[in-house]
Design a protein around this ligand. Structure first.
Ligand code: PLP
Length: 410
């Protein structure tokens, strides 16, 4: 009989978000008439820009004609999209990339999860705590996270870098060396961002310690403050120590269509055990051509339309809507008397539960008493206990109604 990869068995039985869905379904079955308001979920609700859907319709039509049909595309993605990314995302900031340094993907989850394929099993890991769960789970599957310590909820081979109220959720540079460090800014779940000066400290740490930074910039489009960098490559030296992941999911409503990209500079190297320097760009290309057959032509055409004048206008409108909602929510949460972080450069709000209530308890109380769905912070790691995540991805009407209900239940 075939043997399973037993590392998978170390993962918690359910993905955290499936647990939430189960609890919500249980409530719905027993209270079918009550309308639930969702202000915790990380999925967008506004429709995709028309510029993108029109481009996808046109792409689909091309596929229906033999003269314009396309089969497998280039492994790294089509030049029309790669060139638009280089020009609109990086050249405008004075950062130069060649097309072979950009890898079009089906979104940031598959690439932040898959990147560990090219890294040895015995690297040690660092994550900010709380964190997006994929970073640890994808390493557990390789046996790289070590053992889950029941009392602390921490994996033995992972350095948890605390993000707490006392440091305003801005992590301090660790004292010890880390081989692979995940950073996500603007952050999911805390909604906090790093200024250029703060991010520079991490790049300097990585260069000094030969650390590889896996920088998740899935929420860069939500940044409003000029001192917050959109890309880690705005920091000098980052090309030598960082991979950047980007996504169109939240930017332009691609959560269902799927498209994003990963940047791996040619200057970025890691070594074999015997000390031979290996280009991570080359290794990722090899991995992608083994396990991945490209992002659909239709998705890539849709994504390229984000960079047209109509696309830019529509994306800006959607982002402005979410960020207006985030600010409104933040003010309301403060009026209710709860402590809240984030919501300035990010659609996420990190809210402290009242009276030390656990994050699952608060989730359940809000579900049953206020009929509002928030996300329990504990799902993002031990550092998330005592907090819940709220998100501005709902409509303004929904967030207004939801926060009124919460105010009555506090
Ligand atoms: N990275 C972070 C921090 C996220 O919050 C998410 C989605 O919620 C992703 C990556 C995955 O995004 P995508 O839809 O591009 O796979």
């Amino acid at each position: 009989m075939a043997l399973v990869n037993e590392h998978f068995l170390k993962l918690p039985g359910n993905y955290f978000f499936s647990d939430i869905a189960k609890k919500i379904n249980a409530y719905k079955v027993t209270h079918p008439k009550n309308k639930l308001l969702r202000i915790g979920i990380g999925d967008v609700t506004r429709p995709m820009p028309k510029a993108c859907t029109q481009a996808m319709i046109q792409a689909a039509e091309e596929l229906s004609r033999s003269e314009t049909f396309r089969g497998y595309g280039p492994e790294q993605g089509y030049d029309f999209l790669i060139e638009a990314i280089i020009k609109n995302e990086y050249s405008v900031k004075g950062i130069s990339f060649s097309s072979s340094e950009i890898f079009i993907s089906e979104g940031a989850k598959s690439d932040t999860g898959g990147i560990v394929d090219i890294l040895r099993h015995d690297n040690n890991l660092g994550v900010t705590d709380p964190t997006y769960p994929v970073y640890i789970d994808s390493n557990v599957m390789w046996g790289r996270a070590g053992i889950l310590e029941k009392e602390t909820g921490k994996w033995s081979n992972v350095t948890y870098i605390p993000c707490t109220e006392s440091n305003n959720f801005i992590p301090d540079i660790p004292k010890q060396r880390i081989d692979i460090l995940y950073l996500c800014y603007p952050n999911n779940p805390t909604g906090v961002s790093l200024t250029k000066a703060e991010l520079k400290k991490w790049v300097d740490y990585a260069l000094k310690n030969d650390t590889l930074i896996l920088f998740d910039a899935a929420y860069e489009r939500f940044i409003t403050r000029p001192e917050v960098p959109h890309s880690i490559y705005e920091i000098r030296g980052a090309k030598k120590c960082a991979i950047e992941f980007r996504s169109y999911s939240k930017t332009a409503g691609f959560t269902g269509v799927r498209c994003g990209y990963t940047v791996i500079p040619k200057e970025l190297f890691a070594t074999t055990l015997s000390g031979e320097k290996i280009s991570l760009n080359q290794l990722w290309l090899r991995r992608q051509s083994t396990k991945f057959n490209g992002t659909s032509y239709i998705s890539q055409r849709g994504a390229a339309a984000i960079y047209t004048p109509d696309g830019i206008k529509e994306v800006n409108e959607n982002i402005a809507y979410y960020m207006k909602n985030a600010l409104f929510m933040k003010n309301k949460i403060q009026e209710i008397g709860l402590n809240v972080w984030g919501g300035i450069d990010s659609p996420y709000l990190w809210v402290k539960t009242p009276n030390g209530e656990s994050s699952w308890k608060f989730f359940e109380r809000m579900l049953y008493e206020a009929n509002v769905i928030v996300t329990p912070g504990i799902g993002f790691g031990p550092g998330g206990e005592g907090f819940v995540r709220m998100a501005a991805f709902c409509s303004m009407e929904e967030s207004e109604a939801a926060l009124e209900r919460i105010a009555r239940s506090i």
